[in-house]
Ligand binder design. Structure first.
Ligand code: NAX
Length: 329
């Protein structure tokens, strides 16, 4: 048996950073054979075909087959794991409604193609932005596929948050636990340290010794740093986050398929948990168990955190309503 993995936008930057790690077994483990389907638009086919040649040259033991296509029916045929990376970027002068419409025109048909062609156990991770709303659009168009099979990537934000805490506390990142992201994968996201621990001790206590006024540090330094890290990478590197985004995608899928006892973050459909309106794809603290995600329930949310979650959820509602107004949801 092998797992068929479809990567859209496979000719792009994140695609290139993903393919070789997946082929090396870093996503599904060293025992799982892999079949790759690289789905591109015609302009991206050359880059994807070039990557396929390099995959061949990698002589990966686990890699059984690579197919490059611009036909979604072929791309999602028999797919068990779909990574929806290709998206329409915001062009100069493009309004938000135009961006949402352009992406709805991509993710709606891809959702339909997944429903019609993918394997019964398909699991979909949306990376392409606006990731949460794109996941909502794809899930809505995928008739017959349980909505729980669609997730949006917010693991990169969580990884960034844990790394920032590790740095300020001068501890290894592995010692930092339970730092969920709430809401949208955007500048309104809320990286939540209220239940976080460092070596089993509350992060809030450890921070108080380092930064003094913790609330102020969270408001003025930590939250903006995490939420705007993508912009910082662009400024310093001259191009957007690629390897870290690919790495987070691998973390997300590995945990989803193989399970984790740790609380992590994912954009998943709300059933009204924590007051997030039903049907929105919002980031929550989740556990992955037996191939399914479960929202971690019962966490105490103080007023300060509530306001931040509500602000990000309000943005998700606006995005959903804008797509609905266009008749695309
Ligand atoms: P690139 O522009 O390098 O690659 C995108 C690729 O997608 C291109 O090869 C393009 O031809 C292809 N594509 C476009 N429309 C397609 C379609 N309909 N079907 C198949 N392929 C299609 O972008 P890259 O740096 O790889 O980023 C990809 C997406 O990830 C962007 O939307 C980006 O904003 C998003 N990101 C999401 C992150 C997250 O944490 N959720 C973080 C990183 C990144 O910003």
């Amino acid at each position: 048996m092998s797992t068929t993995i479809t990567i859209t936008g496979a000719g792009g930057q994140i695609g290139y950073a993903l393919l070789f790690r997946i082929a090396a077994g870093e996503m599904l483990g060293p025992g799982e054979k892999i079949r790759l389907r690289l789905l591109e638009i015609p302009q991206g086919l050359g880059a994807a075909e070039g990557a396929a040649l390099e995959l061949q040259d990698g002589a990966f033991d686990l890699l059984e087959h690579v197919e490059v296509t611009d036909d979604a029916a072929v791309g999602f045929d028999g797919c068990n794991v779909a990574l929806l990376v290709g998206a329409r970027p915001r062009g100069p002068g493009m309004e938000r409604a135009d961006l949402l419409a352009a992406n709805a025109g991509i993710f709606g048909p891809q959702g339909t193609a997944i429903a019609e062609n993918a394997a019964a156990d398909v699991r979909v991770t949306v990376v392409g932005n606006p990731a949460n709303t794109n996941a909502l659009i794809a899930a809505s168009a995928a008739e017959g596929v349980p909505v729980e099979r669609f997730t949006a990537l917010t693991r990169l934000d969580e990884n960034r948050a844990r790394a920032q805490l590790a740095q300020v506390l001068e501890k290894p990142v592995s010692s930092i636990r339970f730092v969920p992201i709430w809401g949208n994968h955007s500048a309104t996201q809320f990286p939540d340290v209220s239940h976080a621990t460092v070596d089993g001790r509350p992060v809030l206590d450890a921070l108080a010794e380092r930064v003094g006024d913790v609330r102020r540090w969270l408001d003025e330094t930590f939250i903006p740093r995490v939420a705007k890290r993508g912009a910082e990478i662009i400024e310093v590197r001259g191009s957007s986050s690629v390897a870290s985004a690919a790495s987070a995608t691998i973390d997300h899928v590995r945990d989803w398929v193989l399970g984790t006892k740790e609380c992590t973050s994912a954009g998943v459909v709300s059933r009204g948990e924590y007051g997030v309106p039903e049907g929105l794809v919002s980031s929550f603290p989740v556990n992955f168990v037996d191939g399914n995600w479960r929202i971690v329930e019962g966490l105490e949310i103080d007023d300060w955190s509530r306001a931040r979650i509500d602000a990000s959820v309000a943005e998700l509602i606006e995005e959903r309503d804008a797509v609905r107004a266009l008749g695309m949801l």
